[in-house]
Design a binder for this molecule. Structure first.
Ligand code: ADP
Ligand code: MG
Length: 224
């Protein structure tokens, strides 16, 4: 985010690349979380899907952020089975629909994209907040982003607040009893474990904040 106000196509591409790298790095961690309440494949699924997405976006060069995000979504839908792949695929596809023909995104565009993505996930998976799924990280992230945009916060600040809200939402899945997905088969035994999909969704928002906002603490001097 060179000007602090918008993210460019290249910024969005860097976010996708960084998220793919993060999924590769966190593959075992996510799979370990999924082994407790699922079938021990969430890290494998996300890593495989994002590697496939990277291969597809490499050839794109048209500067359309919507096309980029839709390409990621289609790669995930077509390469990852189970629940996670189609749900993440829908998230990116709907984000892409919301950003069609855009070459840069401001905070409100990003809010609209995340909102559309979350709505797509809920349309497809029928999960509500509190069901112990990725929706529990994405919903507070979307809400914190909306509130930050309404407050007139800077894009950096809005991104940081949305990542922090996603982290809280992820942690709040620990005591929950799962009502959707494989973890729901465990009933009460699903309580006491952090949801893998909420964890990867937190990492998605954290990666956006780190890639676009920069990891630097805010300073009071202007930088260009
Ligand atoms: P699978 O459950 O098919 O093995 P993954 O392990 O890749 O797929 O993904 C599991 C994650 O998917 C869960 O941790 C949860 O966050 C998410 N998930 C599962 N079902 C749903 C649903 N109906 N709505 C939203 N998210 C869901
Ligand atoms: Mg699984």
């Amino acid at each position: 985010m060179h000007d602090g106000v918008t993210v460019s196509y290249d910024d969005v591409l860097r976010w996708i690349q960084t998220f793919a790298a993060t999924m590769a790095e966190q593959r075992q961690y996510l799979t370990r979380l999924d082994s407790a309440i699922g079938d021990a494949d969430h890290g494998i699924n996300m890593d495989r899907g994002m590697q496939a997405a990277l291969a597809k976006v490499d050839g794109l060069a048209d500067g359309d952020i919507g096309a980029l995000l839709k390409t990621v979504g289609m790669a995930l839908v077509s390469t990852v089975g189970g629940a996670g792949g189609p749900l993440y695929g829908t998230l990116f596809l709907q984000m892409g629909m919301a950003t069609t023909n855009k070459s840069e995104l401001g905070p409100d565009d990003w809010r609209a994209a995340l909102d559309a993505g979350l709505q797509g996930v809920q349309m497809r998976g029928k999960a509500e907040p509190g069901d112990k799924t990725m929706v529990d990280a994405l919903t507070p992230a979307r809400d914190a982003l909306s509130a930050a945009v309404a407050d007139g916060a800077s894009f950096d600040e809005a991104l940081r607040r949305s990542a922090a809200a996603a982290e809280d939402g992820m942690q709040a899945t620990i005591p929950l009893v799962a009502r959707k997905g494989r973890a729901s088969y465990l009933g009460e035994r699903s309580a006491g474990h952090q949801d893998p999909g909420a964890t990867s969704s937190y990492l998605l928002l954290r990666t956006a904040a780190d890639t676009w906002g920069g990891a630097a603490a805010p300073t009071d001097k202007e930088e260009s």
